[in-house]
Design a binder for this molecule. Structure first.
Ligand code: HH2
Length: 269
């Protein structure tokens, strides 16, 4: 088995920045999830609320309505597949866990909902991803500022790891994510990618989410997010070389191939 994990993105939202509206129908969403699994995804990350810059919040009943049936259908179709719920809301995560999810991807790193940490703590089979974000999605791209972005992101993640431990979530079930594009200008994103080894050095598994993101469009001139797959692959291979082992991606098959090559090179003598 490969030493990296691909987390396939499944946005069941009408407004996500690159695949909004594509998978709102539960049957289509389930087919998409199984297709990503067949391509090599070990985790499917189901999201019912867009976190793209400027996105409007979604109410919890609506977010549950979008995600729960899809999670249940994927879980029934492929019980061994790990299902992640991409949410900031404890009630959405709770419904997702009841439907078969075993991973909570919380872009607020357990700060968004006062009940989230206790919920995760009370389900010892559930892993959690703690991501760095400056501000909140609606306003996060309005002049983000850092004195030293790598230091600040590392300090934040260390602090949130401590908070999770105090809430009863063991470090053996925590992944960290520098949050590429979340309250960051392109130079901040590039610094974080350049110094990913310092996030890896925190000692927890690291998740990287660069897939099709705006900075790749700025660098390459590709305005359509779907045309940024090759650019995303470059960040994945760099991340792998720095010690990242989980990659949150829309395009699973090309990442499988690129990272299998990166892994083969790493193991060469
Ligand atoms: N990025 C997005 C959403 N969730 N979770 C983690 N852990 N890391 C990320 O980098 C990350 C994330 C944004 O991408 P996407 O889901 O494609 O778009 P949207 O938020 O518009 O649905």
């Amino acid at each position: 088995m490969s030493d990296f994990t691909l987390m396939g993105v499944l946005n069941v939202t009408p407004d996500s920045f690159s695949d909004g509206g594509a998978w709102v129908d539960p049957d289509a969403a389930t087919r998409r999830a199984l297709h990503m699994a067949d391509d090599g995804a070990r985790i499917i990350d189901v999201g019912g609320e867009s976190t793209r810059p400027g996105a409007q919040p979604v109410d919890e009943a609506e977010e549950r309505r979008r995600t729960e049936p899809v999670i249940r259908a994927i879980h029934e179709a492929r019980p061994g597949l790990v299902i992640s719920i991409d949410t900031m809301k404890a009630s959405v995560a709770e419904a997702a866990i009841a439907a078969g999810a075993t991973y909570v991807n919380d872009v607020t790193a357990l700060r968004g909902d006062p009940h989230m940490a206790a919920l995760v703590a009370s389900h010892p089979h559930v892993r959690v991803c703690l991501m760095h974000m400056l501000g909140e999605p609606r306003t996060m791209q309005q002049a983000p500022h850092y004195a030293d972005v790598v230091d600040e992101v590392a300090a934040f993640l260390t602090d949130r790891l401590g908070a999770a431990a105090r809430a009863g979530i063991g470090s053996d079930r925590i992944d960290l994510d520098p949050g590429i594009g979340f309250g960051k200008k392109i130079e901040h994103n590039l610094s974080l990618l350049h110094h990913l080894d310092r996030i890896v050095a925190l000692g927890q598994p690291v998740v990287l989410g660069t897939s099709r993101k705006g900075m790749l469009g700025t660098i390459t001139g590709r305005t359509d997010p779907a045309d940024r797959v090759d650019a995303t692959l470059a960040t994945a291979v760099l991340g792998y070389a720095a010690g990242v082992r989980t990659f949150r991606v829309h395009d699973v098959a090309p990442h499988r191939d690129a990272l299998l090559v990166a892994e083969a090179v790493r193991h060469a003598r």
